[in-house]
Design a protein. Structure first.
Length: 78
């Protein structure tokens, strides 16, 4: 069993401009995903006979960026 974990995928212009701008600031690739991006990830799993137990994150780097910022914001005591 595999899974797809999509990030922000916008289907229209139903998000206010300010909210759109703030959300884009959290995505390292600086653009929203598309349904086609998610379909390509699904196609990858369908064509990969030897891949199992995997979750593919399709989020423009958003998760990786959040992890990096969490580490940077941690105070380390030496």
């Amino acid at each position: 069993m595999n899974g797809i974990a999509p990030g922000p995928v916008l289907l229209g212009d139903d998000i206010p401009d300010e909210a759109r701008r703030r959300l884009l600031e959290t995505i390292p690739l600086q653009h929203f995903g598309t349904p086609a991006d998610v379909v390509r990830a699904i196609r990858f799993f369908l064509e990969s006979d030897y891949v199992t137990g995997t979750t593919l994150v399709v989020d423009g780097g958003q998760l990786a960026r959040n992890r990096t910022e969490a580490v940077r914001s941690t105070d380390y005591v030496s």
